[in-house]
Design a binder for this molecule. Structure first.
Ligand SMILES: [Fe+2]
Length: 156
């Protein structure tokens, strides 16, 4: 059945494509943060192990909301690591366990990248008057900017 929510087909496609990139960044950063939760070592172990858990849990929950917004716009959400690797702008590590502060710096950069990807996705949503997507993206930018601040504070 045709979707009739006041956003035309081309705009819904453009928004869904932009959201797929936000989903891919979110998933890659989720996995990176979860692996750091497992593999962090050193005197900051306890605090970083806990902070990483808070942050990967938030990213995991966000992925569901982003994917379901893509569905509500009439498109399928990408769901494989192969696709996320192609769509994501977030770099992955060669090694499993970088030094603790390198992990922190890598996650700052990841959250900054995710924020920029979400900011880019705002444009097609704004053009189409898609307020729910704009609201979702604003929340994602706010969460990632806050996560980046908390991580960045370890590097001062
Ligand atoms: Fe755990």
């Amino acid at each position: 059945m045709e979707i009739n929510i006041g956003i035309n087909k081309a705009d819904r496609k453009a928004i869904a494509d932009a959201l797929a990139k936000v989903l891919a960044d979110t998933y890659v950063l989720y996995q990176k943060t979860h692996a750091y939760h497992w593999n962090v070592t050193g005197p900051m172990f306890s605090s970083l192990h806990a902070l990483f858990m808070t942050q990967y849990t938030e990213l995991h929950d966000a992925a569901d909301i982003i994917a379901e917004r893509i569905r509500a716009l009439g498109h399928f959400a990408p769901g494989s690591y192969t696709k996320y690797g192609k769509l994501s702008s977030i770099s992955e590590d060669e090694e499993d366990a970088p030094a603790a502060l390198d992990m922190v710096q890598g996650l700052v950069e990841g959250h900054e990248t995710l924020t920029r990807t979400a900011r880019s996705a705002f444009r097609p949503a704004e053009k189409a008057g898609d307020q729910p997507t704009m609201d979702l993206l604003a929340q994602r930018m706010e969460a990632s900017e806050k996560a980046a601040w908390m991580l960045r504070s370890h590097l001062a």
